[in-house]
Design a binder for this molecule. Structure first.
Ligand code: PLP
Length: 485
């Protein structure tokens, strides 16, 4: 690595990206890209001799950018947003530029300590009970994704239960989630050896805003206990993927405690809103949970990837995930003592890991709590505006309460029995909106109904983009024949 070349080429990349952000609003949010299209444009084999950076960037601009879905477009409202920001990028540059590998404290003391500090900062910001903070015996770690974090908590819960039941007990362990919980819980349960038949998907209804009720979980748990199965793990979601629904954390926490279950609170998306006091009631009862997670890489101005996982008992996690290869042992006296030293390799699946703490720390330093709260509130306000526009129009129904910045809606049937025809209309509406290139949304299906999701939360999204998108939805509804008024 030659520092002069490094500086020159990095400047070229930054200027390329600044140009991209200047223009990103002009691109169709979703490209019309035929499968295999890129293969036809690029060479079959890598170059034998290195090429100049400007040639490479030119090719990125000409061949790759036009076939990207522009997640950073202010008119991207699909899935959940993946925020990029100046501070997120600066933090990522520092992380990538320093390129250290803090798997143990000895492998990079400041990186490990910064991660623990940042996790306590974030825990305080989202209003977590003290038991999740290092300062109070708990602690946190930065993972790449909620999916990885969930597998780790499932492994910890499994080992805690099996230390009581013996290894043969694994066939009796049961995991509970709702029909709105993220699919990662099912995958994670499989990965840690819970039999497929022992994963309970508990139904939710419109009456509870698609949140779980403690009664429905209790019924399932009691039936399992009567069959000599062992309740292991319960997932409560604050802000579900499809509809933004919220499970009652306190009620589920009490139930989990009564049955010795591990309670995980998944706030992957809505965790960012929890920094505002007006949203913190959604995690009332979190002191009853064993673990909590949220993704700053969604709605917290932190470039991919970054997931916060907090546990009340770090020992439960590390006893499931620790390894002790000789080559990682520290020969200095300080860490030979071991006690109290955080080795993050024992809090995750992989050994190697990036310096994510740097990125989140830079974001927190640059924007501060007040800046982040204002950011979240702006999106919530835009989402409410969109929801009100839908309601005032009369042709649309809002499917689940808009608790954060996700609006779920559909053209409503005019008469009972119109559901199939209306589903077809809603599909055509979504296709027409996305084909226009002026906005991008995704869908969900609940109670057999096709629902359109408008997830507001892009770092460059302003009210004018939301207003323009409303006009687009209205026009396309006319176009697809929604004369259901
Ligand atoms: N949980 C919820 C509620 C989510 O919305 C998502 C992703 O959208 C996930 C988990 C998965 O997150 P990740 O992609 O970080 O694994």
């Amino acid at each position: 690595l030659d520092p002069e070349t490094f500086a020159r080429e990095s400047r070229a990349v930054i200027s390329f990206l600044a140009g991209y952000y200047r223009d990103v609003e002009k691109f169709p949010v979703q490209p019309e890209a035929m499968p295999g299209g890129l293969g036809a444009l690029l060479h079959d084999t890598p170059p034998e001799n290195g090429e100049q950076m400007d040639v490479i960037l030119e090719e990125v601009w000409r061949h790759i950018v036009p076939a990207l879905t522009h997640w950073q477009s202010p008119k991207f409202f699909g899935y959940f947003q993946a925020n990029a920001s100046t501070a997120g990028f600066a933090g990522e540059m520092l992380c990538t530029g320093l390129n250290i590998v803090p798997f143990t404290r000895a492998a990079s003391p400041a990186a490990t300590e910064l991660e623990s500090i940042v996790m306590d900062w974030m825990g305080k910001l989202v209003g977590l009970p003290d038991r999740f903070l290092f300062s109070d015996g708990g602690g946190g770690v930065l993972h790449g994704s909620t999916c990885e974090a969930v597998v780790c908590t499932l492994a910890a819960a499994r080992d805690r239960a099996l230390s009581r039941l013996g290894h043969e007990g694994i066939t009796r362990l049961v995991v509970y989630a709702s029909d709105q919980s993220h699919s990662t819980f099912q995958k994670g349960a499989r990965l840690v050896g819970v039999p497929r038949s022992n994963f309970r998907v508990i139904s939710t209804t419109a009456a509870s805003g698609y949140g779980l009720t403690a009664d429905s979980v209790r019924e399932a748990v009691e039936a399992d206990v009567a069959s000599e199965l062992v309740p292991l793990y319960l997932c409560a979601t604050v802000g579900t993927t499809g509809l933004g629904a919220v499970d009652p954390v306190r009620d589920l926490g009490e139930l989990a405690r009564n049955h010795g279950m591990w309670l995980h609170v998944d706030a992957a998306y809505a965790g960012s809103a929890l920094i505002c006091p007006e949203f913190q009631h959604h995690i009332d009862g979190a002191e009853l949970a064993d673990s909590v997670s949220m993704n700053p890489h969604k709605w917290f101005l932190t470039n991919m990837d970054c997931c916060c996982l907090w546990v009340a008992s770090p020992a439960a996690l590390t006893s499931a995930l620790s390894t002790d290869p000789e080559y990682l042992n520290n020969v200095t006296e300080e860490s030979a003592a071991g006690a109290g030293v955080v080795d993050y390799k024992d809090w995750q699946i992989a050994l190697s890991r990036p310096f994510r703490a740097m990125k989140l720390w830079v974001v927190l330093r640059r924007y501060g709590g007040a800046g982040m709260r204002a950011y979240v509130r702006r999106h919530v306000e835009m989402a409410r505006w969109f929801e009100q526009a839908l309601e005032a129009d009369g042709r649309f129904e809002v499917v689940a309460p808009t608790r954060f910045s996700l609006v779920t809606f559909r053209l409503r049937p005019r008469r009972d029995g119109d559901d199939d025809a209306v589903d077809g209309l809603n599909r055509r509406l979504l296709v027409a909106v996305n084909a226009s290139g002026r906005a991008f949304m995704t869908h969900f299906v609940v109670d057999g109904k096709f629902v359109i999701r408008m997830a507001v939360g892009g770092a460059m999204t302003e009210m004018r983009h939301v207003q323009d998108t409303w006009e687009l939805v209205r026009d396309k509804a006319e176009e697809v024949g929604a004369v259901l008024k």
